[in-house]
Design a protein. Structure first.
Lengths: 295, 303, 436
């Protein structure tokens, strides 16, 4: 007993020394890791003319937020941020809603096709997106034409939202059904015996229990959809309707020489997800765990 | 007991009212339709189109090509083999280097070293950035007149080649991709590690086990489900890689990847159904990891 | 295919462009046309896309569109898009919900999409402008298949050897006399000796180096051979083609080693910051020199790419014709047509020039007497050639130029020793293309 305590203390001492070393090493590495971001922030605070006249390593003569002001004004970043919001929020809500519906049915009711549905959804989540790109495009045009408005889905927020939902709902279903399997069956059974219909069973019994999983997933999904780049590029022909992530590409081409301004634009574009990450870190990590461990 | 439960279930199913059946059908029907219409039907259409010649505008111009598109890709197109090679290197690099680094980082941070929460955030930060922003940041670091070239004393007149230099660009791009991937893997693993009982590790250490032994004998087995997911995510991400390289190069010719070749040949002015054939090749390569993933996740259900 | 028919005969263009303000007589018929269109579009909204061009591009678009609004009472909603993305998605954008009118390129790029029914037939509009446009420009804008124009020609520019006069003087050469291959090599050698880049190239985009290849092949083998090559009537594996690549290989040692890292804007910056002796490029980038300073602009010069084979001299040039196209699937096609016609009309041109456009216009009514020295030189460079090409990716089909020739030139620049293998491969890929 006493030797164990001594050994344990020795072990802890050893560990402490080792941890300090590792801590220093990881710390230095962390600085290297974050340096490109810091450098971009630093650049965004300096005027273009300072860099042109004195070089990128020169001592700063002016530090201000002018680039940010100009980015908002000249690049219309506000419009693009708004577009991101218009696309991201409904996409996340619909994805989670549909995902929870499917997860609810396949885990609470014993149908033969349950496994098939789950396989369909999970596999769909992993398909290469480009495989579907051109047919989805034609479908959007075709449906639009059917209703007499080519812009019904193509070059429309609605179409972009639909595509995001279609591609993300597989993951949401998979995660939520794993999570739901951990909710005891007895809860459902008692609800059924109490005479709750399917809708109430879902809405009043299961949905409240899903809240932590939904919160975690919504954070993750928001980041993914906000950062998504491909679909907005190909399905939105109007630049003024593009979300910020896709719009950045045009700005990158247009402001290639005034890098300080572009840096400010990039920082503004990155800030929503970065802020969200710091504020909702717990949900973030929980979201990842839900996806990676089976309930 | 068992039979009682089954009876109960059967009864509850039989007792479903028509409204309930309609509700259930809607619940499952709408999302499934969305999946089938937006994913599966387009996928099948692409597969069919890969056997045709078409420029993608008027339906009447489509005509049958048999396996010509595939033959053309396999026998005439050097970019295809470069892309295969690049995707392959990407995959190996992620599996053998980036992913283990992420795991190592998670393992070290999990030991509760000083400032672990802070480090966790820093290493994860690139993951929440979009690839468009990442492209801008790194282009800024590496472009002629940028930070790295500046450190080497190079201006735009004598800048060294980075993006276009076949000797190093693969590693630069993989480095940037890893910048994001390592943080992602770290956080995935870290969240799993929190569930490993620390007393178990300590006990093993007292028994004289080395760090490596602890990791191999205790951590790895406990983390089995996470490990598999991570490997599958790594495989899929490597095969689907697109955004970063598109942002940096804009065209697939300098650093070809399968996904970029699909895009170049399946859209715009160079549109031909070779692009569809590329997409199908990509799908075939993705099928192995997809099936592995499904089998692992639905093992019990499949029995 | 009959690209020859589609090519501007330079005499006609030059003659047209040089006759300043000669279209007074034609004025009446023209204004009748626009007035007719104006009554139709009044009160409607027309959408316009500017392809790239940054702040200058936006300013020019605003000036012309405002003038159009003032004249017709139609509202114009304009946007600027990333030029590469617009081209990469062009077929989709045109099938989807395109803006009504936009700046576009003549040649295969408009003819092909016009024949596919994606661009509007502009026969009527080009009829209104007829008296203002040289016959060759009209011919250049007309699809050889259906004989319909799908673009209203506005500007064109020479692909020539650009350099800075002050730098050439610094190395003791006469800036007016970079005429033959020896002068050219001397210029590159001397600038390189000064620690600068001899011949700057950007090959990242895959198309920039096509300009060098076009002109070298035309210098070595002549115009006809080059056009034949791009359309499958000559072989890439032919010894004559290989000969051109030999000349191309001679330039590689003078190039900036990071040519695969930079695009056309990187080339421009090298010249703008006096880091390179010469570069082969279209003169459109001169706008950016002017935007930086008048002194930089005045220092800029252009000459024809030097002669290689005396049999052909400097008789061929890449002079892409740009113009305005109207999307067939736009919401306001008649408005788009009216706007396109306005852009191509003397009034539209006047507004664009006033807003800082340094391009040269094909319009006969355009007063060239006010041209600055650089623009006059551009005309002179164009006048030196009797065969005009549109540029490789406009003279060859779209699924060949971008996906096949571009990468081949890139790999050649990186590994010139592999030339035989690369060319065999290009030929094999041409042979595998579906018939059109």
């Amino acid at each position: 007993m006493s030797t164990a305590v001594v050994q344990s203390a020795e072990y802890r001492n050893n560990q402490k020394r080792k941890d300090t070393l590792i801590s220093i090493f990881i710390g230095i590495f962390a600085f290297v890791w974050i340096f490109p971001i810091l450098w971009t922030v630093w650049t965004s605070l300096r005027p273009y003319n300072d860099i042109i006249s004195y070089g990128i390593f020169s001592w700063p003569r002016h530090i201000n937020f002018n680039n940010y002001v100009n980015a908002m004004k000249e690049m219309h970043i506000g419009v693009y941020l708004m577009n991101s919001l218009i696309v991201t929020v409904p996409s996340v809500i619909l994805t989670l809603f549909f995902g929870s519906l499917v997860a609810f049915v396949v885990t609470r009711y014993q149908y033969k096709f349950n496994l098939g549905i789950l396989l369909l959804f999970t596999a769909g989540n992993m398909l290469p997106i480009v495989l579907t790109y051109i047919p989805v495009f034609w479908m959007f045009i075709w449906v639009g034409e059917l209703f007499g408005n080519r812009n019904m889905l193509y070059n429309n927020y609605g179409g972009l939202i639909l595509v995001h939902v279609g591609f993300q709902v597989g993951f949401a279903t998979f995660v939520l059904s794993s999570y739901m399997k951990t909710i005891p069956k007895e809860i459902s059974e008692s609800a059924t015996i109490d005479g709750a219909n399917v809708f109430r069973h879902y809405w009043n019994v299961i949905l409240p229990l899903l809240r932590p999983a939904l919160a975690a997933l919504s954070v993750l999904m928001t980041t993914w959809i906000y950062n998504e780049f491909f679909w907005a590029l190909v399905l939105m022909s109007d630049d003024s309707k593009r979300p910020i992530t896709s719009a950045l590409r045009r700005l990158q081409g247009q402001y290639v020489t005034d890098f300080n301004l572009l840096a400010a634009g990039a920082i503004i574009a990155a800030s929503p997800t970065v802020i969200m990450f710091f504020v909702l870190r717990k949900q973030f990590i929980a979201g990842l765990t839900l996806g990676s461990t089976k309930g | 007991m068992k039979t009682a439960a089954t009876v109960q279930k059967k009864r509850s199913r039989r007792s479903l009212s028509t409204t309930d059946r309609v509700t259930l059908t809607t619940f499952i029907g709408i999302p499934s339709l969305l999946q089938i219409i937006l994913l599966w039907i387009p996928a099948v259409v692409t597969i069919i189109l890969s056997f045709t010649y078409w420029n993608g505008v008027r339906l009447k111009d489509i005509h049958w090509a048999g396996i010509q598109n595939y033959k053309n890709i396999f026998f005439n197109n050097p970019l295809f083999y470069q892309a295969l090679k690049n995707n392959g290197i990407w995959l190996l690099f992620f599996v053998l280097i980036a992913t283990p680094l992420g795991i190592l980082l998670a393992y070290q941070i999990d030991r509760g070293i000083k400032g672990h929460a802070f480090f966790e955030s820093i290493y994860y930060l690139p993951v929440v950035l979009s690839l468009a922003v990442i492209g801008i940041i790194w282009n800024f670091m590496l472009q002629p007149g940028g930070f790295v070239q500046g450190l080497m004393g190079r201006d735009i007149g004598n800048a060294i080649s980075i993006w276009g230099n076949a000797k190093i660009n693969t590693w630069v791009i993989l480095g940037i991709a890893s910048w994001r991937h390592i943080g992602y893997i770290m956080l995935l693993y870290l969240s799993g590690l929190k569930s490993v009982d620390p007393a178990l590790k300590e006990a093993a250490a007292i028994d004289g086990a080395t760090d490596w032994q602890i990791f191999r004998k205790i951590i790895l087995p406990t983390m089995q489900p996470v490990n598999i997911i991570i490997v599958v995510i790594t495989l899929i991400e490597s095969l689907r890689a697109f955004d970063l390289v598109y942002i940096i190069y804009g065209s697939p010719t300098i650093f070809p990847l399968l996904n970029l070749l699909v895009f170049q040949n399946f859209a715009g002015q160079g549109i031909s159904m070779k692009g569809a054939a590329y997409a199908v090749i990509l799908l075939i390569l993705c099928i192995v990891p997809i099936i592995t993933y499904l089998r692992i996740n639905f093992q019990e259900d499949l029995k | 295919m009959s690209e020859e028919k589609n090519v501007l005969s330079r005499r006609a263009v030059i003659k047209g462009a040089a006759v300043g303000g000669a279209a007074l007589a034609a004025g009446s018929s023209l204004s009748a046309g626009t007035a007719d269109a104006a009554t139709k579009v009044k009160g409607s909204t027309v959408k316009w896309t500017t392809r790239g061009g940054g702040a200058t591009g936006d300013a020019i678009a605003k000036a012309v569109n405002d003038a159009f609004t003032k004249k017709t009472g139609a509202k114009v909603v304009a946007q600027q898009v990333n030029s590469d993305d617009f081209q990469n998605n062009f077929a989709q954008i045109m099938q989807g919900s395109p803006d009504d009118a936009f700046g576009w390129m003549a040649g295969y790029r408009s003819n092909h999409f016009g024949e596919m029914g994606l661009l509007a037939d502009l026969t009527r509009e080009i009829g209104h402008l007829k008296t203002n446009l040289p016959t060759a420009a009209i011919k250049g804008a007309t699809s050889p298949v259906s004989k319909k124009p799908y673009i209203l020609p506005t500007t064109y520019y020479p692909w020539g050897l650009h350099y800075r006069k002050s730098m050439v003087k610094d190395i003791g050469m006469n800036p007016e006399k970079i005429g033959n291959w020896d002068d050219f090599v001397k210029l590159m050698t001397l600038t390189q000796k000064k620690g600068l880049v001899g011949y700057s190239l950007g090959a990242k985009g895959g198309w920039e180096a096509m300009g060098s290849f076009d002109v070298i092949n035309a210098r070595v083998n002549g115009y006809k051979y080059h056009i034949d090559l791009l359309n499958g009537r000559a072989k890439w594996t032919d010894a004559r083609t290989k000969e051109s690549f030999k000349y191309m290989a001679q330039l590689i040692p003078f190039m900036n080693p990071n040519f695969m890292d930079i695009s056309w804007d990187g080339m421009r910056d090298l010249l703008l910051q006096k880091k390179t002796g010469a570069m082969m490029m279209g003169s459109w980038f001169a706008n950016d020199f002017k935007a930086k300073s008048q002194a930089d602009y005045d220092d800029l010069w252009v000459v024809p790419f030097p002669e290689i084979n005396p049999k052909f001299g400097v008789d061929t040039i890449d002079a892409p014709l740009d113009g305005i196209s109207v999307a067939a699937n736009g919401k306001n096609v008649s408005g788009g047509k009216a706007l396109a016609e306005f852009w191509a009309s003397p009034e539209g041109i006047a507004a664009a020039v006033k807003a800082g456009d340094t391009n040269i216009y094909v319009s006969k009514s355009f007063d060239t007497s006010a041209y600055d020295a650089f623009n006059k030189q551009k005309l002179a460079v164009l006048a030196a050639a009797s065969n005009i090409m549109f540029f490789l990716d406009r003279d060859a089909r779209g699924d060949f130029a971008g996906p096949i020739v571009g990468p081949a030139i890139q790999s050649f620049l990186q590994k010139p020793a592999d030339v035989n293998k690369i060319l065999e491969n290009v030929q094999a890929q041409w042979d595998a293309l579906p018939k059109q």
